[in-house]
Design a protein around this ligand. Structure first.
Ligand code: FMN
Length: 619
């Protein structure tokens, strides 16, 4: 039973699993924080980070040849899923006595990829996610560029690709398909078919099924035998730290102590610890949800950003959950401990047998009903894995990304975000989003590690170019930034073009966020037209009105704007809204613009290519 349960941990949905991520960090810092006013106290000393992949290895080829490794696993991952799958595959290969090298492509010299032929019988496996408009993840950008332009000969290299994507996006799994195609074009031999994981349906199941075919296929191709011995060793040895003066790891990514001694440049591996200036509610009293406006101070221009960029926020876990897991594991949270890595070469995860018949049960009990590790430990109280086993299975708590809702033109020392707090019930269990519930309790002067992620969503260079912005709910966030920027430019005496906004919410009294600000922009002429769709008001005779309905109502004007060279921006829900809006534009192109279906499609793609149609959507 314990094995079965642990196998579920190994495949836990990322959203649920992150609820208890960083518990190790908490254990490490627990003693310190209780007597400290700041969560980031200065006493820090290196203790092996839970996932220490930060070392740069610019010559992975020599590492592979000198250590007799023939398998390279690369991951393109933004929020950790691809990285997790790469680690799991490496563990799987252990069972064939293969020590794979798992690498973040950002930590290698991408040119060395062409030298893979120097390795004896090389196998390269890629776990790559797709983002944006079919783009690579940040960490795979250089590799993508290299492979795009490469003309090397990879004959003799065998490969297989697993892509991570989501069918609600137009460019479904573009990166997986790209790498699979290009490696073959460069002469490498596909040893097992491309796997495509759909995060909208069941990515875990897609991966498990692919892996089920992948492992025997590679084993057959290389004549590898299953070994009974391999794969059972543990990665960490648990040791209590007795020294009361010991300094503890606080969850920093790269440089230990980075939260205290902040040194630019600030990025994912070196976040800036920003002070919160304001954290206020945007929804009305009658709303049954909460939407927060949060201003972070990045004084001294230490973090630069542009209107339309994203802010990544690193949360820590809910302390109640940490207490729960401590007591469920009989772990004294007042003790400081260290995890000694007993297998430096290993990535963190170890496989537990997850038989096919468990998959259905897993899909229902864990994924559909969103059970966290804590729920499982509570349900099966005889299950008490050693703390170090559990920590070995948990991936690092990942940053969450938010569209920035301010413009640096107004105040470059301040970054705003706008976020609905995720909270809902399944049965009698309350499910809480990790980061928004972490943020909701923050008050002025509290701090949080953040970094800016560049986006491609940008206002047109020419101020006179007309724009249409469509952003229901928190999809309004980047457009608040756009309006601040254009308003500032207008104040400088510049001529600005027509700006139309389509905003949507449920009810004017509940969730009409930034109402006063928007009305002021309308009054002073920054906003030319403002159309607000309410989906849950009786006045509409119970009819749900969405932004796409208002676009259609104004179709003649919308078409005129497009003919005048308008740029169109869409932000918010990818699953329904973005698709419905896109379909509405297609209808406007045909029914008002007189285009045929094919011409309408071409116009749409041309607009995307010319960056006249830009979307920042999520699901
Ligand atoms: C903002 C955003 C944009 C995305 N864009 C795409 C896309 O264009 N095509 C696609 O197939 N999947 C897209 N996805 C889905 C991710 O690729 C998928 O969730 C994947 O599992 C993430 O892997 P990671 O955790 O390793 O980053 C997107 C997800 C987000 C949050």
């Amino acid at each position: 039973m314990i094995d079965w349960l642990l196998s579920q941990f190994d495949t836990m949905d990322i959203v649920v699993i992150t609820v208890v991520l960083g518990i190790g960090v908490y254990f490490f810092i627990k003693n310190r924080t209780e007597s400290s006013t700041s969560r980031y106290s200065p006493n820090v000393v290196p203790i092996t980070p839970v996932n220490g992949s930060a070392t740069r290895d610019s010559s992975f080829i020599s590492k592979m040849t000198s250590e007799n490794r023939q398998v390279l696993i690369l991951y393109g991952s933004q929020t950790g899923t691809g990285e997790e799958l790469a680690g799991r595959l490496a563990k799987d290969l252990h069972r064939y006595s293969q020590k794979a090298l798992v690498l973040d492509p950002e930590d290698m010299d991408v040119e060395d990829f062409a030298r893979l032929t120097e390795v004896e019988n090389p196998l390269v496996v890629l776990c790559v996610a797709t983002y944006g408009e079919g783009d690579p993840t940040d960490n795979a950008q250089q590799l993508h560029e290299f492979i795009t332009n490469a003309d090397c000969d990879l004959s003799g290299v065998r490969f297989s690709v697993f892509g991570l994507g989501n069918k609600t996006y137009e460019h479904y799994n573009e990166m997986g398909k790209f790498f699979d195609r290009r490696l073959e074009e460069l002469g490498a031999e596909r040893v097992y078919e491309l796997g495509l994981g759909d995060d909208d349906a069941n990515l875990e199941e897609d991966f498990m099924r692919w892996r089920e075919g992948f492992l025997p296929a590679v084993a057959a191709s290389f004549n590898w035998e299953l070994s009974n011995e391999a794969g059972n060793e543990r990665q960490y040895k648990f040791e209590l730290v007795k020294d009361p003066e010991v300094k503890v790891f606080q969850g920093e990514y790269g440089r230990i102590g980075a939260f205290e001694r902040q040194r630019p440049p600030f990025d994912q591996k070196n976040p800036f610890v920003a002070k919160i200036a304001i954290n206020r509610e945007l929804h009305g009293k009658e709303s049954d949800r909460s939407c927060r406006h949060i201003d972070f101070i990045v004084e001294g221009n230490r973090v630069r950003y542009e209107t339309g960029d994203h802010l990544a926020v690193f949360p820590t876990n809910d302390s109640q959950l940490v207490h729960d897991i401590g007591s469920l594991l009989d772990c004294n949270l007042d003790e400081v401990f260290t995890l000694i890595n007993t297998d430096e070469d290993s990535s963190k995860r170890h496989p537990f047998p997850c038989p096919e018949e468990g998959l259905k049960e897993y899909g229902h009990f864990i994924q559909k009903e969103r059970r966290s590790i804590i729920d499982i430990l509570k349900t099966f109280d005889s299950c008490k894995p050693p703390t170090e086993y559990l920590l070995e299975l948990l991936p690092r708590l990942q940053a969450r990304y938010y569209s920035i809702s301010s413009s640096p033109k107004l105040d470059s020392n301040l970054i705003s975000i706008t976020a609905v707090v995720t909270k809902y019930n399944i049965g009698d269990r309350l499910i809480k989003g990790v980061c928004t519930n972490y943020l909701v309790d923050k008050v002025a002067e509290d701090k949080s590690p953040v970094f800016v992620r560049k986006s491609t969503m940008r206002l047109p260079h020419r101020l006179s170019t007309p724009i249409i912005m469509i952003g229901p709910g928190t999809g309004l966030a980047p457009f608040r930034g756009f309006l601040q920027e254009r308003s500032w430019q207008k104040e400088q005496g510049k001529e600005i073009g027509q700006i139309d906004l389509y905003f949507g919410c449920r009810n004017p009294e509940h969730d009409y966020i930034y109402k006063e600000e928007l009305e002021a922009y309308k009054d002073n002429g920054v906003l030319s037209e403002m159309h607000v769709a309410f989906s849950r008001v009786n006045a509409n005779g119970g009819k749900k009105v969405y932004v796409q309905h208002l676009l259609w109502e104004n179709r003649e004007h919308v078409w005129q704007m497009i003919e005048n060279g308008s740029h169109i921006y869409v932000c918010g829900d990818a699953r329904n809204m973005a698709r419905d809006v896109q379909n509405t534009f297609s209808r406007i192109f045909t029914e008002v613009g007189g285009k045929t279906e094919a011409e309408a499609q071409k116009l749409f793609h041309d607009m995307e290519r010319q960056r006249r149609y830009q979307a920042d959507v999520w699901s």
